[in-house]
Each structure stands twice: as structure tokens, then as C-alpha cells.
Design a protein around this ligand. Structure first.
Ligand SMILES: C[S@@+](CC[C@H](N)C(=O)[O-])C[C@H]1O[C@@H](n2cnc3c(N)ncnc32)[C@H](O)[C@@H]1O
Length: 217
């Protein structure tokens, strides 16, 4: 079958798969993906990881907050785009996830002074972070809490900073208007709210489980 024989749906699927695989994982990312699987954590896809690197590099991010460290796949992607003196503050409720992420970051050659792993509930930790002090906030923890994470992210981001949210398509359920599951409704409402915010210029990318990125105007 030649490519012209693909149906529109097949062509779209093939293009998405190509975009996802466009940039290869390096060795550190491969190890962190393996560690994620061992912990039962779902990391950002390759395409989403590369987009995080791109976003961090675009604004020369120096101070970054991550909500949901997991085993460190997205942290490595963020570091790949951040300034060489950039510092990542990453929050996770699971201490064992932080132990693994610390190992992944250290093995990747990232100096311990450049990351601050805060173990705790995101909604307890975030209010302690200072207003308008961060260049980029990446959200990838509990989708049920996305509206609160977003509110906190907009508070702590400087003007010109970027907020990115992963898992915003929730396995296709967000796009399915007949799906009224609580988690789906919360994330869909959150996306609707983002669309209406003058404060953000946003884009929704169908990479992995969906990556929303917005720049604070
Ligand atoms: C999908 S994983 C993060 C994956 C990571 N961003 C990556 O790409 O490698 C979600 C993480 O959020 C953490 N988490 C879930 N609910 C949380 C909460 N309420 N507060 C802080 N962390 C939470 C989980 O322990 C888990 O490690």
C-alpha cells in the first residue's frame, strides 16, 4: 500500500506517531522511562518531553516549578532546555518517586544544587512559593486538582512565563462530549477556562496524552 492509500484517519495517526518519534530519547531519558515503568508511573511522551525542552529553551528558563516529579523523565526534559544555572523545584507526594528521580538526575550529571525536590501534597506546597517568581510551571500530578494548580501557577509565574499542563486529553475522554466522568469534566472545564483567559495565550498539542501550553501575557 502506498502512502496515498492511507485514509485520512490513518494518515493522521501515522503523522502523529512520526512527530512523537521525531527526536530520540537520550540514555538518561531511556533509564528514567524504565524507572517510571518499574514505579508504575506514566511519564510524558517523547514528543511532549521534546516540547518541554523547546519551551524552556525558548524563554531561557532559569527558575522552573514541576508539579508531579515521577521518576524524572519530564525533569530531564526541562533541564535540557533550561539555562545552565537554572534551578528546578519539583513537587511529588511520593518519597520513593523522589528517591528514584534524584538518582536519575544525578546519573544524568545534573548537580544536586540545581534541583529542589519537595515531598508533599502539591496543594500544601504551592501556596508557599513566591508570587511572580518563576519562568515556567509544568503540571503533571492529579488531574482532579488541575484548576487549583493552574490558579497557583498563574500566581507564581512572571509575565512572559509559560505554564504547561500534561494529560489534558485524558485518553480521549476530554474530546468525547458524551463523557461526563468527574475527572473528565474537571479537566474539560479547566481547558474551557484557559481558553477564556485573557491572561494566557495558549495552544493545545495532541502529543502523548495532550499538552496544553500557555504564555502569561
Ligand atoms: C504522571 S506522574 C508524573 C510523571 C513525570 N512528570 C514524568 O513525566 O516523568 C504523576 C506524579 O504526580 C504525583 N502526584 C499525584 N498526586 C499528587 C499530589 N496531589 N501532590 C503531589 N504529587 C502528586 C504522583 O506521585 C506521580 O509521581
Amino acid at each position: 500500500m502506498s502512502s496515498t492509500d492511507l485514509s485520512p484517519a490513518e494518515a493522521q495517526e501515522a503523522s502523529l506517531a512520526y512527530a512523537e518519534m521525531f527526536i530520540s530519547d537520550n540514555e538518561a531519558a531511556r533509564k528514567a522511562r524504565k524507572a517510571s515503568a518499574d514505579l508504575g508511573v506514566s511519564p510524558v511522551s517523547r514528543g511532549a518531553a521534546q516540547t518541554l525542552t523547546f519551551l524552556a529553551r525558548t524563554i531561557a528558563a532559569q527558575s522552573v516549578v514541576e508539579i508531579g516529579t515521577g521518576a524524572g523523565v519530564s525533569a530531564l526534559a526541562l533541564f535540557a532546555g533550561m539555562r545552565r544555572d537554572g534551578i528546578l523545584t519539583s513537587i511529588d507526594s511520593q518519597v520513593d518517586h523522589h528517591l528514584t528521580a534524584r538518582e536519575m538526575l544525578t546519573n544524568a550529571g545534573i548537580k544536586y544544587q540545581r534541583f529542589r525536590l519537595i515531598s508533599g501534597e502539591a496543594l500544601s506546597v504551592l501556596p508557599k512559593l513566591a508570587d511572580e517568581s518563576y519562568d515556567l510551571v509544568f503540571i503533571d500530578a492529579d488531574p482532579m486538582e488541575y484548576p487549583e494548580y493552574l490558579e497557583q501557577a498563574l500566581r507564581i509565574l512572571r509575565r512572559g512565563g509559560i505554564v504547561a499542563l500534561y494529560h489534558v486529553l485524558l485518553g480521549g475522554t476530554v474530546a468525547d462530549r458524551d463523557n461526563y466522568a468527574e475527572k473528565t469534566l474537571i479537566v474539560r472545564d479547566c481547558l474551557d477556562a484557559i481558553r477564556g483567559l485573557d491572561e494566557l495565550t495558549s495552544t493545545l498539542l495532541p502529543l502523548g496524552d495532550g499538552l496544553l501550553a500557555g504564555i502569561k501575557n
